[in-house]
Design a binder for this molecule. Structure first.
Ligand SMILES: C[S@@+](CC[C@H](N)C(=O)[O-])C[C@H]1O[C@@H](n2cnc3c(N)ncnc32)[C@H](O)[C@@H]1O
Length: 237
């Protein structure tokens, strides 16, 4: 059972505070997480809202002409330490629009944004389904959204991809976009045993079936992929 939203927030803030102590390590770890998304972020245009956007690091990968706003319920991101990390990752985007708030209640007019991002934040929200409905509301018709989810259980077809990657490694061939769920044997065993998928203690579980239900009738799925081991949905409103 996940803890309350507050308990999970405190744990998340503690984890990031520890990460930010050593700036070199933080910059390296965060660029490693964001880099695989650079090809998507560079194509985003216009007015962009980053839900649970933290220190605004996604802004580093977008065209400097995009207008980029972060909404997040944690003020822990507004410290000088995070500003310094952001400057190192994003020297071309010194301006940072930060709005204190949650994804469940976006304080913006309907159909006002060209794109929305949710990088590793929906599992932290209390009501991810409501966040998705709000994302849909604030997007212009045909606006784009990118949702990056954690602790998602792979389907059997995804596991086949993992088996393929294990084979490629055995053959000494390079593996593009490696899936980081552990060994194929362990993953297959877990799936067959019906055990719940591992869940980080500061996360709330999102089941893909439920996610598909929230998206239904609101978004067209442009692409579903595992990027850096995270289930990523590119959507059109
Ligand atoms: C794992 S952090 C990711 C931060 C940022 N997206 C990044 O990539 O560095 C999760 C973020 O979700 C935020 N969050 C928690 N509850 C939220 C909610 N209800 N709505 C929007 N964001 C939320 C947290 O404050 C935190 O900044």
């Amino acid at each position: 059972m996940p803890g309350s939203w507050q308990t999970r927030q405190v744990e998340m803030e503690g984890w990031y505070a520890t990460l930010a102590i050593d700036q070199d390590t933080a910059v390296e770890a965060l660029s490693r997480d964001y880099q695989p998304y650079a090809h998507i972020l560079t194509n985003i245009k216009g007015l962009v809202l980053d839900i649970g956007g933290g220190a605004g690091l996604a802004g580093a990968y977008m065209d400097p002409d995009t207008e980029y706003i972060v909404i997040d319920p944690s003020l822990s991101w507004t410290t000088e330490r995070w500003a310094a990390i952001r400057r190192r990752l994003s020297p071309h985007r010194t301006e940072f629009n930060f709005v204190l708030g949650t994804g469940e209640n976006l304080p913006f007019p309907s159909q006002s944004f060209d794109a929305a991002l949710a990088f590793w934040s929906l599992n932290h929200a209390s009501n991810p389904g409501q966040c998705i409905a709000e994302i849909h509301r604030i997007l212009k018709p045909c606006g784009r959204a990118l949702l990056v989810l954690e602790d998602m259980e792979p389907g059997w077809i995804d596991i086949l991809q993992l088996v393929g990657q294990a084979l490629m490694r055995k053959l000494g061939r390079p593996v593009r976009n490696p899936l980081n769920w552990g060994s194929a044997k362990d993953v297959i065993w877990r799936k067959l045993s019906g055990q719940p998928w591992p869940l980080q203690s500061d996360h709330q579980r999102i089941v893909e079936r439920e996610l598909v239900h929230w998206l239904h009738g609101q978004f067209r799925v442009v692409n579903r992929s595992w990027i850096g081991g995270f289930l990523s949905y590119e959507l059109e409103a």
